[in-house]
Ligand binder design. Structure first.
Ligand SMILES: Cc1cc2nc3c(=O)[nH]c(=O)nc-3n(C[C@H](O)[C@H](O)[C@H](O)COP(=O)(O)OP(=O)(O)OC[C@H]3O[C@@H](n4cnc5c(N)ncnc54)[C@H](O)[C@@H]3O)c2cc1C
Length: 233
């Protein structure tokens, strides 16, 4: 089962972004700039940065997430995001845990498909164990494991990269598993920094859908869902 935790983040992420922005435009000392920042000023400044496209100050606020119960098929997509940092459980050193495979919801709902997939997982697990028993290393035995194999990963992204990541991966066009994880990351990030992430999500949250003929056609519904994404972080 998908588990996402916000492990840590930059202290006072919103004030940090605002401070970095003010520094660019002021002759004042850094300590004085920080003293003078009220919440309203932070809110106004961050909105101005986003409107003007001056987004580099958002790189000073970083967020680290711990993710478990996801497939290697999903993390293969995730690690394409080159500006993020990742640490992933190794299949070379950690023995693959018995029957920890992710079953897509569409397959879960179909009895025949579910039986087929579970039989395949079982066979893969059996062969993996047989290879280990024959004395092969984990790094070679793992070649029989499917993309469905469960994994754990720690992700760190700054808020500018998170905006981009949420644009792509909270969108209905993204695959269900990465979309579910990205949406949970956004919910947690909103809890920690509601001003920064107020309009984060798929691109349709703050503008027209850019997907053309691939659009899900549900922008209104999607926008409403992301605007009200609650947080108990
Ligand atoms: C719906 C969907 C379908 C996809 N299908 C495929 C597919 O079929 N095949 C496939 O291979 N991938 C696919 N991808 C992955 C996609 O091509 C990207 O690799 C992935 O989304 C990461 O995006 P990114 O490069 O913008 O992000 P990041 O690597 O996080 O980079 C963030 C931004 O930094 C800048 N940047 C980073 N590196 C460079 C660079 N070297 N040069 C210039 N600018 C840079 C760019 O502005 C980039 O947008 C798909 C992604 C999505 C969302």
């Amino acid at each position: 089962m998908l588990k996402v935790k916000l492990l840590q983040h930059t202290q006072k992420p919103e004030q940090t972004v605002a401070l970095a922005a003010r520094l660019c435009y002021s002759a004042m000392e850094i300590s004085k700039l920080r003293d003078k920042l009220t919440e309203e000023e932070v809110r106004a400044l961050l909105a101005k940065l986003l409107d003007s496209g001056h987004v580099t100050p958002f790189e000073h606020a970083s967020f680290t997430f711990g993710v478990e119960g996801v497939s290697r098929a999903m993390t293969h997509q995730l690690v394409r995001h080159r500006l993020a940092s990742f640490s992933q459980q190794s299949q070379r050193y950690a023995t693959f845990k018995q029957n920890s495979f992710i079953l897509p919801p569409s397959v879960q709902e179909d009895e025949k498909a579910r039986e087929l997939m579970l039989a395949h997982y079982e066979a893969a697990q059996r062969t993996y164990q047989q290879l280990l028993d024959l004395g092969f290393n984990k790094e070679d035995a793992r070649y029989v494991l499917p993309e469905a194999s469960a994994t754990k990963i720690i992700i760190t992204m700054n808020s500018r990269e998170l905006f981009h990541f949420f644009n792509l991966r909270c969108c209905e066009r993204a695959q269900w598993e990465i979309r579910a994880m990205a949406t949970e990351m956004l919910r947690l990030a909103k809890g920690a920094a509601p001003i920064i992430f107020e309009n984060a999500g798929p691109q349709c949250v703050k503008g027209p859908c850019p997907e053309g003929k691939f659009s899900c056609g549900n922008s209104k519904k999607v926008r409403a869902r992301f605007k009200s994404l609650a947080s108990d972080a």
